[in-house]
Design a protein around this ligand. Structure first.
Ligand code: SF4
Length: 481
């Protein structure tokens, strides 16, 4: 039976067995749509090509649906976007597709393959191509190429006889205002099936949105293989229209900007806020910022325009450790900005990591002291994971022991243990960090206030109470062990 060279099936892999997904607390607490894939699908459709999306994270039992789409639509390509954690699953999906349509070409994209480039094809015969960097233009060119002159398509690794070749990086990133809005309609169940983290939004339905690509900083633990050092962004006008579309078409009432640096371009944010103030949409939003890129005046305007919560990367509260991992490591400025955000009436969320190279018991205690001295409403503590594209990955073994098991590299496991620690001790301190947070009365008062500030969060919390209790108990047991 013929197959369609103008059609691609895009798949977002789950990363583990579907049976485990039902009780998976990370899925229950936070489920984000694959916005990169939705953007690629919209771009390809606008260029006259065809794309379908299967999101196995939202729909874990999607094996049958993938087979059905392959049989019905006979795409010439299957494209799987993956992180390190999802990589094994991604290769299995390509194998499944090739069992259905032997001629189909398997493409991988995302941070893991952008970091490892040629190695992916050298070690995985089922993969035909990898897209290095952003996918829209590279995929379009590949789908139109007839699999020839591949060296002329920047951002591609491919087989050249028995060798693997890389065509080189794309020199210019796309103008983000030239992109159509992501093809949300291709995500089954959108927007209801996707959830922002509990207590991180005032109302539903809500959605994530990306308004920029890249980050000019170079933190030791951050993999920027896809967008590299560039920073490009949607204009204030585009962004306003995107929100209006989300509201009118999808009835979205709150948006979480998933940008690395939402306020990096100050004037853009000021213009965007002015638009929201002049022509209100009745929507609120969250964003992530760095302390250097907010100030009291900007914060006041953002609050007036509907900013509800801001996240800031703290990583560690140890002033000796932080400069080894990020630029402008100024904990006093960070503390001041957290107070400024709070004073402006915006909720704050601190993002921290435990187990960084150079971490000690003393540095963890300093982090606790630092965070608990600040008006941080919520925080997220991840377990440091050295991803292949991060600067620290190259010589990570100089700083401790590293068990490079992709199936556990999800920031929920201590795959790296700094010199002087044991994994058990790290687990114990990790549990203690959260226990100390939840023992503080003001934290409980804050969550209580969410009864009226975010009633949908409480509804979800109560509905999934059994899973949360089970997760907390497992954490306690791990800490005890
Ligand atoms: S952690 Fe944040 S600030 Fe640092 S390089 Fe990554 S995106 Fe940029």
């Amino acid at each position: 039976m013929p197959f369609d060279q103008n059609r691609i099936l895009l798949v977002h892999p789950l990363g583990y067995r579907p049976e485990k997904a039902r009780g998976d607390i990370t899925r229950i607490a936070n489920l984000m749509p694959p916005l990169g894939m939705a953007s690629i699908a919209a771009y390809l459709e606008a260029k006259g090509l065809h794309a379908d999306i299967v999101d196995c994270v939202a729909w874990p039992d999607s094996g049958g649906l993938i087979r059905e789409l392959l049989r019905d639509r006979r795409p010439g390509f299957i494209g799987v976007g993956c992180t390190t954690f999802g990589f094994h699953d991604a290769t299995q999906i390509i194998k499944l597709a090739k069992a259905e349509i032997p001629e189909i070409k398997g493409i991988l994209g995302g941070p893991h393959v952008s970091a490892l480039r040629e190695r992916i094809l050298e070690e995985n015969p089922e993969v035909d191509y990898t897209v290095v960097g952003e996918g829209e233009e590279t995929l379009e060119a590949l789908m139109r190429s007839g699999h020839s002159n591949l060296e002329l398509i920047p951002g591609l690794t491919y087989r050249d006889g028995h060798a693997v070749a890389f065509s080189g990086f794309r020199q210019r990133g796309m103008d983000l205002d030239s992109l159509p809005f992501p093809a949300y309609e291709k995500l089954a169940g959108y927007p209801d099936v996707y959830k922002l983290p509990i207590f991180n939004y005032p109302r539903a339905p809500n959605a994530s949105c990306i308004s920029s690509r890249g980050c000019p900083y170079e933190c030791s633990y951050c993999d920027r293989s896809v967008f590299r050092k560039s920073f490009r962004f949607n204009s204030a006008e585009y962004l306003y229209e995107h929100l209006r579309y989300l509201k009118d078409r999808w009835h979205i009432r709150h948006v979480n900007f998933y940008d690395d640096q939402f306020t990096f371009h100050r004037q853009r944010v000021r213009d965007f806020c002015s638009l929201l103030l002049d022509k209100p949409l009745g929507m609120t939003f969250n964003c992530a910022v760095r302390a250097e890129h907010v100030d009291p005046e900007l914060l006041r305007q953002m609050k007036a325009a509907g900013c509800w919560m801001m996240s800031l990367g703290i990583e560690t509260g140890d002033p000796d450790l932080l400069p080894h991992h990020r630029q402008n490591a100024d904990l006093d400025l960070l503390a001041q900005r957290i107070r400024d955000i709070k004073k402006a009436g915006i909720r704050t969320k601190g993002l921290l990591m435990m187990g960084l190279p150079g971490e000690t018991e003393a540095s963890i205690k300093r982090s606790m002291k630092y965070v608990f001295s600040l008006p941080v409403d919520d925080f997220n503590l991840t377990k440091f994971t050295p991803f292949p594209g991060s600067p620290i990955h190259k010589n990570i073994r100089e700083f401790g022991t590293f068990e490079e098991d992709p199936t556990r590299m999800d920031c929920m496991h201590f795959v790296f243990v700094p010199t002087g620690f044991t994994k058990a001790r790290l687990e114990q301190l990790y549990g203690r960090f959260y226990q100390m947070h939840y023992r503080r009365p003001k934290v409980w008062l804050g969550y209580l206030a969410m009864l009226w500030r975010s009633p949908d969060s409480w509804r979800r919390f109560v509905l999934n109470l059994a899973n949360f209790v089970q997760f907390a108990m497992a954490g306690r047991e791990m800490a005890k062990d």
